[in-house]
Design a protein around this ligand. Sequence first.
Ligand code: SIN
Length: 276
Amino acid sequence: MEDRLEILPVTPLIGAEVIGIDLSEPLTNHQKNAIHRAFLKHSVLFFRNQDISVEQQKNFGRSFGELHIHPARDRNGLEGHPEILYLNAGPDTSRVNGDEWHSDVSCDEQPPLGSILRLFEVPSNGGDTLFSSMYAAYDALSKAMKELLGKLSAMHDGGPNYIDRAKRAGIYDPTKVFPANPHPVIRTHPETGRKAIFVNKIFTQYIIDIPKDESRAILDFLFQHIAKPNFQCRFKWEKDSVAFWDNRCALHHAMWDYYPETRRGFRVTIKGDKPC
Ligand code: SIN
């Protein structure tokens, strides 16, 4: 079975397309192992022509871990499926999900291992997702900068992002509290052992235990560094494309350049562990 899977890298640093698999079928051990190896090597995998049901998508996710329940699912839920995040952007949308570089729900104490997004409606043009390798971004730093960042932790807070979205959607509830947790600025991937930058524009608010202006300067530097095009690949969606990304070592950015057209899909997210 495994030999029927083809893994075609998109760039040398990040991204690969997987050919020869039908995600509506349960994975064989060979397929699961081959996908897992490719996932660790390429950080994001792409699949085409996967007309799968919500249950099949959840089963695919469960092959790699327990499914995560999103802390802001009340805005993007799908009835009867608490593990599904429904992404639905159209003419009435005032802000789309993931419109800046981020790692999904990095504000959680144990942020997600990975996310699996399938789009079943795509705009006639645009709506790509960009992915950036945080291994490559870390490797490109000077020794001195790696040493400095290796000693720092940063606060990731879901409030500013989720509250802004809830206000725009007219469902703001001031009693709702969102996760906020500190994480190391440089994390070690629990499976590959490689180091990766772990800050992002949507959730990371400040560096802990240093003055505010130093924190701002370091984050501003990191936010421009992680967005350099040489660490990136860009995925052009078709109907029923699936992307499976590793939130521990890759950031992503959903491009909202297709307004007022519609782009819709379901995301399943897999639980992760505490970054260290
Ligand atoms: C997200 O899951 O952050 C959104 C990704 C996308 O819509 O491409």
